[in-house]
Design a binder for this molecule. Structure first.
Ligand code: ATP
Ligand code: MG
Length: 357
């Protein structure tokens, strides 16, 4: 029997409550699909600051790098907001991403059919359900290029530089193609190749890599058009792959068309199998400790963990199906509650999903 090592970074606020439910579901899935999971807790964010004085202890980096996968709750909260930037909980999050060499950020924008009403988009635009994956390059491009202030024609000015190396584009393109291969086999590469040189290199490189993926249908779109199409006709997309800044913007746009922050998972991947999986929402300090947080984003992050790091696709599918079933049956945490639903708390939602596996 395979046994996987999973590090839990429960973090702050609602982090521990939602990770508890995700572990419940992962345990049930492991039992059903006959593999083992060994958990190790490690400190990150505010919890780490309180116990060790720093947001990312060395031990956490070592444990995460040795693991098969890392599951994170959320970090941060008002208690640590007055600390200097590099000692804040969020610095721990950026630190662990870079220490694990995670260069690809995957954000599904998924609308389960029973939650269609929570989308700001009309039902006929969404269709039965909607399932888009945005793959964002995370460690290159204009956010990391040369920047500064200088004088131009005697006037004060500022500049930022967009730069990508061919290997940087190749590796993110492969994440895009591999993801598409595991889903609807359609990849849309988003750039601004009509204007930007880095985008022209991006497009050339993606086209060259596509030769390795004859089973994936590749298309290209300019970013401005993509921003429009996400709202006009989101059903046309399966996987979108794009650079750091475009991905930052488009992944937020895509996730909000689903309308429910408590439902959305994410994955950050590097060159190995090991990845970091977390809900896209924050630590929600306003509801922490009340037992009302929605654990589904974290539970769906476990599904991504199974798909991308542990390569247990059937187990991943089983979790998604269980979530869909529980929603179909009308169970809702307060954040997604609507008239006629059955209101449940965090732990009940975890129990219900686990029972459906
Ligand atoms: P970040 O840490 O990314 O800056 P934030 O502080 O902007 O996040 P969140 O912590 O995500 O925002 O919370 C935003 C709002 O959404 C809050 O009112 C919070 O209670 C709610 N919320 C976030 N996650 C959940 C969840 N899992 N279940 C229910 N409500 C949630
Ligand atoms: Mg927050």
């Amino acid at each position: 029997m395979k046994n996987y090592q999973v590090v839990l970074l429960k973090g702050d606020g609602i982090g521990p409550e939602i990770v508890r439910e995700a572990v419940k579901v992962l345990d049930k899935t492991a039992q059903k699909f006959r593999f083992g999971v060994t958990y190790t807790d490690a400190l990150l964010g505010g919890a780490a600051i309180d116990q060790t004085g720093v947001p990312l202890p060395k031990e956490t980096v070592e444990l995460c790098n040795q693991a098969d996968a890392v599951l994170l709750g959320a970090v941060g909260g008002p208690k640590w907001e007055t600390l200097p930037g590099n000692l804040r909980p969020e610095a721990g999050l950026l630190g662990i991403r870079s220490a694990m060499g995670l260069f690809a950020n995957l954000r599904p924008a998924k609308i389960f059919a029973p939650l269609r009403a929570s989308s700001p988009l009309r039902g006929d635009i969404i269709g039965e359900d909607l399932d888009i994956l945005v793959v964002r390059e995370l460690t290159g491009g204009i956010y990391f290029g040369e920047r500064g202030r200088r004088e131009v024609n005697g006037q004060p000015a500022a500049y930022d530089t967009e730069q990508y190396t061919v290997p940087e584009i190749e590796r993110i393109a492969r994440v895009g193609f591999d993801s598409a291969r595991k889903r609807g086999k359609k990849l849309c590469s988003v750039d601004k190749a009509n204007v930007l040189e880095a985008s022209r290199l991006w497009r050339e490189t993606v086209i060259r890599i596509s030769a390795e993926y004859p089973d994936v249908e590749l298309s290209h779109m300019y970013v401005d058009n993509c921003a429009m199409q996400l709202v006009r006709n989101p059903k046309q997309f399966d996987v979108i792959v794009t650079n750091n800044i475009f991905g930052d913007i488009l992944s937020d746009e895509a996730s909000m068309i689903s309308g429910s922050i408590g439902m959305l998972a994410s994955a950050s991947l590097g060159s190995g199998k090991n990845g970091l999986f977390e809900p896209i929402h924050g630590s929600a300090p306003d509801i922490a400790g009340q037992g009302i947080a929605n654990p589904l984003a974290t539970i769906l992050s476990v599904s991504m963990l199974l798909r991308y790091s542990l390569e247990e696709p059937q187990a991943a599918d089983a979790i998604e199906a269980a979530v869909a079933k529980v929603l179909d049956e009308g169970y809702r945490t307060p954040d997604i509650f609507t008239e006629g639903g059955k209101k449940v708390d965090t732990a009940q939602m975890g129990d219900l999903v686990a029972a459906c596996i």
